[in-house]
Design a protein around this ligand. Structure first.
Ligand SMILES: [Zn+2]
Length: 456
């Protein structure tokens, strides 16, 4: 079937499927309904520009490739089979044969739940099976056209804006302001580890980088270029590559480390060795402090990856929130947004957020990592941390259908948690609604104050 035939298929009215963990009735249902009307701010996404998304073929295996396939890998799917599943040119039946045994094991995890909710609510398919596969793929292909993002993210998900980190863009790039706000990582400028890496930064910066001072100048110009495009926060995922302990390093010591990089004194290790050993840590420590100083000067919040890493295997202890403590003291006017509530170090993150005025906790990614843990931790946090510093939702997906599904799960978790607190007489239903609005919208609107005012 060619693409034109697929587009000619009637999409049909999307059905509300039997999505996992549908809310019970009564108070929880009332809160769910009220919270569904809140236009949420999504604190973290990686959604592809719509023109790129609709230009490529998309099917259920494409959607499964973001996170769900990681759980299939964890269940035992080997890398060669995964490559076939992710190859749009491979035969659908062959891809399904490799996918199905591990999907049976992984469909109940949070990632599996999100995929099932997206397929049920948006594409009207309650169960992914060999008999539903072709019809489902035809519906996904038919919907893959301009307007999809407005339909899924604005109309269905009822989002006001998504803070989007387009880490794959080599330079700061404008986003569609009707849906997105720009967040950007500058980690390449913070942590070069080869002479060739510095060369790539030179071509991006448009000038020679022969010293730490040059590197700082290039970093500052990158931040300013992003600000001109509407940057609302700085992001870092350095915890994927090294620990979050950033010592205060003098420019002289950083320069010595930079000189060793330029001589390629210690070639990067292969595979996990590259993460295990960081011979130029002093340079990156110095540069990260410089980045936070730029955030301070421009009044930009800093979003920090803490906790569990995406993908299949990393040094989870590299992402402990407590390693950042010196920064919280050193930069009291910078707001630090601790991603993923630091899970599995959420207790550390909670104690930090309780005691430091400048630290917030962010549930981005967390409701799909484990909806049940997210729900339990939210109940603990409402009891422990002032509610004005908790962000209740960030999708952290590449495909908007899954961001929608994640938000369904987040709204359910928030409604269930607040309903339980109302039943325990902690606060009234009216107050629960105010807290729900704070978690889904008001806290992010206050902290990310470069966002356009609501209603625009
Ligand atoms: Zn992310």
């Amino acid at each position: 079937m060619d693409r034109r035939t697929l587009l000619a298929l009637p999409l049909g009215t999307p059905l509300l499927g039997m999505a996992p963990q549908a809310p019970a009735g009564g108070l929880e249902a009332d809160l769910s309904t009220a919270l569904a009307a809140v236009r949420a701010i999504d604190t973290h996404e990686h959604i592809l520009p719509e023109v790129e998304r609709v230009a490529a073929p998309v099917d259920v295996f494409t959607l499964a490739s973001h996170y769900a396939l990681d759980d299939l890998t964890s269940a035992g799917l080997d890398d060669a089979d995964r490559r076939v599943i992710e190859d749009p040119k491979a035969a659908t039946g062959d891809r399904w044969r490799r996918f199905e045994p591990f999907w049976r094991a992984a469909q109940h995890t949070g990632y599996g739940q999100a995929l099932r909710i997206a397929l049920a609510d948006i594409y009207g398919v309650d169960e992914l099976s060999s008999s539903s596969l072709d019809g489902l793929n035809a519906r996904i292909a038919a919907a893959n056209r301009p307007g999809l993002y407005r339909d899924v993210l604005l109309r269905r998900a009822n989002l006001r804006v998504c803070l989007n980190d387009e880490y794959w863009q080599p330079r700061p790039t404008a986003v569609d302001p009707a849906i997105f706000a720009l967040v950007r990582k500058f980690d390449a400028f913070v942590s070069p580890i080869t002479r060739a890496g510095v060369g790539r930064l030179e071509s991006q910066a448009g000038h020679a980088i022969a010293s730490v001072a040059d590197l700082e100048r290039a970093l500052a110009a990158q931040v300013e270029a992003a600000l001109a495009l509407g940057l609302v926060a700085i992001k870092t995922t350095l915890a994927y590559d090294r620990s979050l302990a950033f010592d205060e390093v003098t420019e002289g010591d950083a320069q010595r480390a930079f000189d060793r990089v330029m001589r390629d004194e210690t070639p990067p290790g292969q595979g996990f060795r590259r993460v295990e050993s960081r011979p130029y840590k002093a340079l990156a420590d110095h540069m990260f402090h410089h980045l936070v100083q730029l955030a301070e000067a421009h009044r930009l919040p800093v979003q920090v990856h803490t906790g569990l890493h995406a993908g299949n295997g990393n040094f989870v202890a590299h992402s402990r929130p407590t390693d950042l403590t010196n920064l919280f003291f050193r930069y009291p006017s910078v707001t630090f947004d601790l991603f993923h509530i630091g899970y599995p170090y959420h207790h550390e993150a909670a104690v930090i957020a309780k005691t430091f005025r400048n630290v917030c906790l962010d549930f981005c990614w967390m409701h799909v990592v484990s909806p049940l843990i997210a729900r339990r931790v939210l109940a603990e946090l409402i009891d422990l941390v002032p509610i004005n510093k908790i962000f209740g939702f960030g999708g952290d997906y590449r495909y908007p259908e899954l961001s929608y599904a994640h938000l369904v799960m987040a709204r359910r978790n928030i409604a269930a948690t607040l309903a339980a607190r109302v039943r325990a007489s902690a606060f009234t239903e009216a107050r629960a609604l105010e807290i729900g609005r704070a978690l889904l919208h008001d806290n992010a609107a206050r902290v990310f104050d470069r966002l356009a005012p609501a209603g625009l």
